[in-house]
Design a protein around this ligand. Structure first.
Ligand SMILES: *Cc1c(COP(=O)(O)O)cnc(C)c1O
Length: 364
């Protein structure tokens, strides 16, 4: 069935092992983030093994499907008030930044006869979620410590998301010293001082991770073997862990410039086209409903992606050595955005594959 997303379990497992080694050698717990592939339970189960300290996702729906896997689960997106019952039921640790939500979590935990662990988010300048002023954080801590069915498990920050701010000794050092200050002031221990996502790997490998940071939350570093502060490939990892395979449904020679008066395309944009003469074009049966076409790379480097509408993607195959025909399959490597969208599309058939480690792929 096509379009088909091949998920290479052997290569992903290898990446998990590499990242877990990096984390362990620096005394950092590894949180494996599963959201980019919708936490497909079979994949999570097969690649996590005993190397992963926590599983994390931003969606309760995804975490709900992982209940059979015996690894603590973290909810990364601050909860909606409307999902509190499921959060308490399915999640071990949730990230929070609003007392209104935390009070609700406490009430619900009481009802479910549980103690729910929370992590308070602190914003170090990336300007997505979290308390921004230190006094706000401290007064939240004070409130949380009064709640019977909530345990303050730690603090965390998120960087390189909205504001593209790079983790540093300075900003993460501030998080670590805030954690220490909270521990000293309230005479408690914070198990969880979470120093960011895949963008923190570079700092870690350069031995600059401030002492007191206890874990990292790794999505892209695991699945695509890449740190995200500078976009560098991580040594001893695979980048070709996911492959998209599409089927050709039309091959024709056509001009590169549309003919007639240009109005709006299928998405309401007024497009601009460059005249490249007559092109040999292939249509493959995949579209914007299935994938972010900016997030895939043709493996045949002579193919150029010209564009896509909801269900058709148009390729320029004029310069290809291979002569593509109707029914042929075209393969693409999948980047982060391509993975996110194609895993979410129910029209993309997902298949787990295993490889012998005969050849080590270099970075693309
Ligand atoms: C998505 C997400 C992560 C993982 O990010 P990567 O860059 O893929 O490692 C970590 N923390 C939070 C809060 C997230 O939303």
């Amino acid at each position: 069935m096509y379009p088909r997303l091949e998920i290479n379990i052997s290569k992903l497992k290898h990446n998990v092992d590499t990242l877990s080694q990096i984390c362990k050698s620096h005394n950092i717990d590894m949180i494996m983030v599963t959201k980019s592939y919708c936490a497909i339970p079979e994949v999570v189960e097969k690649i996590s093994g005993d190397k992963v300290d926590y599983l994390a996702d931003s969606r309760v729906e995804n975490i709900k499907n992982l209940q059979n896997i015996n690894i603590p689960k973290v909810l990364l997106r601050i909860p909606m008030l409307s999902e509190i019952a499921d959060v308490v039921k399915y999640v071990d640790v949730s990230f929070n930044s609003e007392l209104k939500t935390i009070y609700k979590l406490n009430e619900e935990s009481k009802k479910q006869n549980k103690v729910h662990k929370i992590v308070l988010m602190f914003d170090l300048g990336d300007l997505r979620e979290g308390y921004f002023k230190e006094e706000e954080l401290f007064s939240a801590v004070e409130e949380v410590l009064k709640l019977e069915n909530i345990k303050l498990f730690g603090i965390a920050t998120n960087l390189t998301c909205y504001g593209a701010i790079i983790p540093s000794e300075k900003n993460l050092g501030r998080l670590a010293s805030l954690a220490k200050a909270i521990e000293n002031k309230y005479n408690i221990t914070l198990e969880f001082v979470s120093g960011g996502n895949s963008s923190s790997i570079d700092l870690l490998q350069n031995l600059k991770m401030p002492k007191g940071i206890t874990n990292l939350r790794l999505g892209e570093a695991v699945i695509l073997g890449r740190e995200t502060a500078y976009g560098k490939v991580i040594e001893n990892t695979y980048q070709d862990t996911f492959k998209m395979i599409c089927e050709v449904v039309e091959i024709k020679e056509k001009p590169s410039l549309p003919i007639g008066e240009i109005g709006m395309d299928a998405f309401g944009n007024v497009p601009k086209y460059e005249d490249k003469g007559i092109l040999k074009r292939a249509i493959v049966a995949i579209g914007k409903q299935d994938i972010d076409i900016e997030g895939i790379v043709p493996i045949d480097s002579d193919i150029e992606i010209l564009g896509a509408s909801s269900d058709h993607m148009i390729l320029n195959v004029s310069d290809c050595k291979q002569s593509y025909e109707v029914g042929d399959k075209v393969e693409f490597l999948v980047e982060y955005g391509g993975l996110l969208t194609s895993c979410t599309s129910k029209y993309v058939h997902k298949e787990l594959v295993y490889s012998e480690f005969t050849q080590k792929q270099e970075a693309y």
